[in-house]
Design a protein around this ligand. Sequence first.
Ligand code: ATP
Ligand code: MG
Length: 370
Amino acid sequence: MEKICIVHYGEIGIKGKNRDFFERKLVENIRRFAKAKRRYGWIEVEYRDGIEERLKKVPGIRYFGIGYKTELEIEAIKDATLRTLPEKFETFKISASRRNKKFPLNSIEVNRVIGSFVIEKTGKKVDLENPDVTVWIEIGNEALVYSQRLEGIGGLPVGTAGKVVSLVSGGIDSPVASFLAMKRGCEVVLVHFFNKTLHSENVRRKIHMIAERLAEYQGSIKLYMVPFEEVQLEIIRIVPPKLRMVVYRRSMMRMANAIAEKEEAKAIVTGDNISQVASQTLENLNVIYSASKLAVLPPLLGFDKEEIIAIAKKIGTYEISILPYEDCCSLMVAKHPETKAKLEIVKEFEEFEDLEKNAVEKAEVFEFHS
Ligand code: ATP
Ligand code: MG
């Protein structure tokens, strides 16, 4: 009897014609770290120690079970059931589902037969409403029997929605935004703007740590570190303090678009949120986003800060984001930044096309693997 993981994917089950494509992608993503094959409406993954932690981080998995695979034979299913039951419980429930109609018993009959068997062997009681333990039995080419079900992160498999460039700062928000884009099936390429004359190696390390953490969800991730000091100096030289923030964010947008073109990415993701900081008034977001040719997607726009922090803690980026090393832009924020920037006025100060081109060319590219 083989110990295995049974992976269930929610939403991809309802994608009609695309279903095959979504399933293949999910299997491909799991195969980066384990042996996996597609079965009757689930994916079977070879068990090994610690695999739970990996499966919990794969977008597209709704939940997964850890249990046993047996031949399609009621005596073998009984054995597997006894083996999967925990040591301590008072009440239980059997929940069978038969996809392979060649098996002679239907799911209700399997529930009855296995239920009676468990009562006979253990003396415990059935409770259909609120059992201490549920034994799931899935009947396909073989039977899969498990009593331990773990939540996945849900969403869609990475790679099913195409590529995006995600602007990642050292803050709490943008790593969460990058994660949410992955969770909806995007392959994320990270871009960070970095001022090496202002910052120690600590900022660089912090961004690398964030990238490493995000790679755990995506399998691997690319990071562009774009040298921002020359553009930044020029902005400080020619742009009045009130407008600098909007101008530097527009400059980042243009450079992110240039990287997206190289990467064949189809959208830009940011950690923006409505009205959290001064640059995030609707007026300013309009001016900033109009510097982008590609659609700009801010996955956090509807979240409160507490909700964002809760996700950051869950995905493990929070502890990294609160390390006390700020990204280059925190230094550019005026005391009273413009909250209603006007595009015509902002445009008058923008003459750093060459500096931007140069910065993108000099970007360092890293790749992290989980
Ligand atoms: P975060 O917590 O992500 O830093 P924030 O609430 O502090 O966001 P800002 O600092 O104004 O807001 O930045 C808004 C967004 O702009 C960020 O979420 C990120 O997508 C992008 N951004 C800001 N600074 C940088 C940077 N140095 N490199 C790359 N992207 C950046
Ligand atoms: Mg920030």
